[in-house]
Design a protein around this ligand. Structure first.
Ligand SMILES: CC(C)=CCC/C(C)=C/CC/C(C)=C/CC/C(C)=C/COP(=O)(O)OP(=O)(O)O
Ligand SMILES: O=P(O)(O)OC[C@@H](O)CO
Ligand SMILES: [Mg+2]
Length: 254
């Protein structure tokens, strides 16, 4: 039933790290390019493929999911910007509640609209506290959700927000600097949040180099998400995947 959530919890219990790649349907209009990216993810043992966007300007959401499903067995998790991004061909959905903001629509409103569709689908629903952290310029997610991101130099506020999300029953927390962020989430914010919660911690936004990914993993991210950087630099995926597999294999030996 809760296959992916249980897998994430088990990985965390073993101190293992997970790697997710974000595929933006808007940037996947070239089918050949999409299939190449999916193959690269398969070769590099990516754990999850996330699909979604703050704004989707064409109608290929379902098509992108169907192409991914026919080219790999990597679980597809919807990372929705709104309630219309639902497709029962995916495996699961991160049911994001935007707890860093105070916009009721993104805390509960979109969820009410999505609930009857999700109930009928066979999607695994993964409840997730979604926290946007300031990274300089406004990002698509902060602008589209009409929310103020958390200050990046206030780790305590971030930790209390994550704790409240966990106490409300959210099963995962996502710290996001926003797609294409200039600055990723500071290590201090990641480590303070990681120490304050027990649920799996996802970190993403602006992870465009191996050193940035390493800093996020060292600070306590259980899963890292890479999106934009792969559109330009596919070799990053090879490096990050190697790094994560070295960390996970060392755990097996001890
Ligand atoms: C209840 C359902 C089904 C959805 C809830 C929707 C919520 C609460 C969303 C949170 C706010 C939001 C707009 C999140 C977007 C997250 C996302 C898919 C980011 C991907 O990157 P983009 O923001 O599209 O970046 P680009 O501008 O680089 O394309
Ligand atoms: O595109 P990037 O900057 O890698 O960000 C991925 C994801 O965390 C955005 O929500
Ligand atoms: Mg987008």
């Amino acid at each position: 039933m809760n296959k992916l959530l249980n897998q994430l919890q088990d990985k965390k219990a073993r101190n293992e790290k997970a790697l997710a790649v974000l595929i933006d349907p808007d940037k996947s209009t070239d089918i050949g390019g999409l299939i190449r990216l999916v193959n690269l993810c398969v070769e590099n043992k990516v754990d999850y493929l996330l699909v979604g966007g703050s704004l989707i300007t064409n109608d290929n959401f379902s098509k992108v999911i169907s192409i991914i499903k026919s080219n790999s067995n990597i679980p597809v998790v919807i990372f929705p910007g709104n309630h219309i991004q639902i497709d029962s061909n995916a495996d699961a959905i991160f049911l994001l509640s935007l707890i860093s903001g105070r916009n009721a629509d993104f805390l509960i409103g979109q969820h009410v609209l999505a609930a009857p569709i999700l109930k009928k689908s066979k999607l695994e629903v993964i409840p997730m506290g979604y926290m946007l952290v300031n990274s300089g310029a406004p990002t698509s997610a902060s602008y589209m959700s009409n929310t103020v991101p958390l200050p990046s130099d206030k780790p305590t506020i971030a930790a209390c927000t994550a704790m409240a999300g966990e106490m409300l029953g959210l099963q995962t927390i996502y710290l996001d600097a926003g797609s294409g962020a200039d600055e990723p989430i500071p290590q201090k914010v990641i480590s303070t949040v990681a120490r304050s919660i027990e649920v799996p911690l996802v970190v993403g936004g602006g992870l465009n180099s191996l050193s940035r990914v390493n800093l996020a993993l060292e600070a306590g991210a259980d899963m890292v998400v890479i999106g934009n950087a792969l559109e330009k630099e596919e070799s990053l995926l090879i490096q990050v995947s190697e790094r994560i597999h070295v960390i996970n294999e060392k755990l097996d030996v001890h």
